[in-house]
Design a protein around this ligand. Structure first.
Ligand SMILES: C[S@@+](CC[C@H](N)C(=O)[O-])C[C@H]1O[C@@H](n2cnc3c(N)ncnc32)[C@H](O)[C@@H]1O
Length: 386
């Protein structure tokens, strides 16, 4: 993906501006869209909501907590930017696009959101999200802080979400699409629809944020592995498309992550993504890999790292944060041992870390943020963004 980046970027530019990228799309646009969406919906619907205890016993508990910490950090950051732009006591309206079972509900509660729209293709997940929300506001005291909410199931790659809002003219301050936009890159038509959904109700100057796999990192690892299938004990990627020349849309792979995910996903060619966003009046303001976010915020947000148990203590305190008797493979923690050797108090050394395999999975992802540009209309009534 890197060698011919320039030519692929200009192809992307042409695709996005032509609104008909047939030359670069692998499958005819939308041909398989509904089929794949159904596979994805059924996959997520089948994942049980196994409760807090089961989640704590997961093999990838620290990875899950780490990803959650990343989402918290970026949501706090963009909430602060939004609050700076709005007078005290103003409404704060959020769309949680592809909300799943409501993994971010607490974050919205902490951000004092006043109106929350949650939508996902997976009806069962959405029902779990709604009941989780209701249990968060069960007491009378909580009820006073309860935001207005809307929950509805929809395929964000095929349907216009705005028409499903109680007030389709509503202006949003934040659209958050966590670990999901890549599902739309099956075809231009689907990605375009999802981007329109993210952009069209955002108020000028406000934000669309999200997380997704970094296609460059995935392709780098595929090249290094010299195989269509690669990964480690907890994640595996298996390509189902031409890896020598992956298409801009429909570059399909199967992603397996321990017990959480096992379904088809699509590479997101970032320059194409950025141009698609521009077409809908969204200007890129930030793009960062998870490891860079960790570098920047592990100091200032260390308290939150600890509170969310986003890192594993190594060597473990038996019976405390780590499950007693759980054997640790020293190779997975060689980086901590090396670091300990450099410290003067090696004997009592303990650090917060992720196992190598969890870090390899975490470092597959990136964060992005776009800002809605000023919209005016030309003589033909088409939007012009500046
Ligand atoms: C990895 S989960 C992330 C859930 C949630 N955003 C989070 O961070 O916990 C991806 C979610 O995207 C949803 N999804 C995938 N394709 C979708 C589509 N076409 N329209 C709406 N939701 C979709 C799935 O049902 C799933 O809930």
């Amino acid at each position: 993906m890197s060698d011919s980046e320039d030519s692929r970027s200009s192809a992307a530019e042409k695709s996005v501006s032509d609104e008909n990228p047939s030359a670069q799309s692998s499958a005819a646009d939308g041909e398989h869209g509904e089929k794949h969406s159904a596979v994805v919906a059924s996959h997520y619907n089948k994942i049980e909501d196994r409760g807090l205890l089961a989640r704590k016993r997961s093999n990838i508990i620290f990875l899950r907590n780490f990803n959650n910490w990343i989402k918290s950090v970026v949501i706090v950051k963009y909430t602060a930017l939004i609050k700076e732009r709005t007078p005290l006591g103003s409404p704060f309206r959020v769309l949680d696009l592809c909300c799943g079972k409501g993994g971010d509900l607490c974050k919205w509660l902490n951000a004092n959101v006043t109106h929350l729209i949650c939508t996902d293709i997976a009806q069962v997940s959405l029902e779990q999200c709604e009941s989780r929300f209701n249990s968060m506001y069960s007491s009378e005291r909580d009820a006073q802080r309860r935001p207005k909410v809307e929950f509805f199931a929809a395929d964000a790659t095929l349907q216009q979400l705005r028409t499903k809002y109680r007030d389709p003219s509503m202006k949003l301050h934040l659209v958050s699409c966590q670990f999901a936009f890549h599902y739309s890159f099956e075809s231009f038509k689907q990605a375009d629809c999802m981007m329109k959904n993210a952009a069209e109700c955002l108020e000028e100057g406000f934000y669309f944020i999200g997380t997704m796999p970094d296609a460059y990192e995935i392709m780098k690892r595929q090249r290094m592995a010299m195989s269509e299938s690669f990964g480690n004990d907890i994640y595996n990627i298996k390509f189902i498309c031409d890896t020598d020349n992956p298409p801009l849309f429909g570059a399909k792979y199967n992603f397996q992550l321990d017990e959480v995910v096992d379904c088809p996903e699509f590479l997101v060619h970032f320059p194409t993504f950025e141009k698609l966003a521009l077409k809908h009046g969204l200007r890129l303001v930030e793009k960062r890999r998870f490891e860079d976010i960790f570098q920047e915020f592990s100091g200032p947000k260390q308290g939150l790292l600890e509170k969310m148990q986003a890192l594993e203590t190594y060597p473990p305190y038996h019976g405390r944060n780590n499950f007693e008797g759980q054997r640790k493979d020293p190779e997975q923690y060689a980086h901590v041992e090396d670091f300990a050797k450099k410290m003067s108090s090696e004997q009592n050394f303990r650090a917060g870390t992720l196992s190598l395999k969890e870090w390899e999975a975490a470092s597959l992802y990136l964060f992005f943020a776009f800002q809605k540009m000023k919209t005016s209309y030309d003589a033909q009534g088409r939007p012009v963004y500046s």
